[in-house]
Design a protein around this ligand. Structure first.
Ligand code: NI
Length: 128
């Protein structure tokens, strides 16, 4: 399902409790052409970039480092938000499990615009 108007409010913590996979984003809401996704992360993701869009990260639990080309890493704790500008090569890293909310266009591929990898996956709607 590409579009899924929200009929009820979403408790983010409860939603995170309903899936376990790492690096596998779950969509919980849409807003115009954007999706709000939840993702659990652990370890190092792949270096990638999104040529046409910024990408918003908000940490809900744990700590996330967003390493980037040509600039200092963004180190995000709980309730901290960062927007990776479009075109910037980046790699999210979490030494222990972190829970992250993402806002990005519905068409974004998690591993960016280059070649697919083992971690490439399509976000799916989390059943409410
Ligand atoms: Ni990205």
């Amino acid at each position: 399902m590409s579009d899924h108007p929200l009929r009820e409010s979403v408790d983010i913590i409860t939603a995170f409790d309903r899936f376990d996979d790492h690096w596998s984003p779950m969509t919980i809401a849409s807003m115009n052409d954007y999706h709000v996704k939840l993702v659990k992360v652990l370890g190092e993701f792949v270096w990638h970039r999104h040529d046409d869009t910024d990408e918003l990260f908000l940490v809900v639990k744990g700590e996330l480092a967003i390493e980037m080309e040509d600039r200092d890493a963004a180190i995000l704790g709980v309730n901290e938000l960062y927007v990776v500008p479009k075109g910037v090569l980046h790699r999210p890293v979490a030494e222990s499990e972190a829970w992250v909310l993402l806002i990005e266009p519905s068409t974004v591929v998690n591993t960016g615009d280059g070649e697919a990898s083992d971690l490439t996956t399509e976000a799916v709607w989390l059943d409410q």
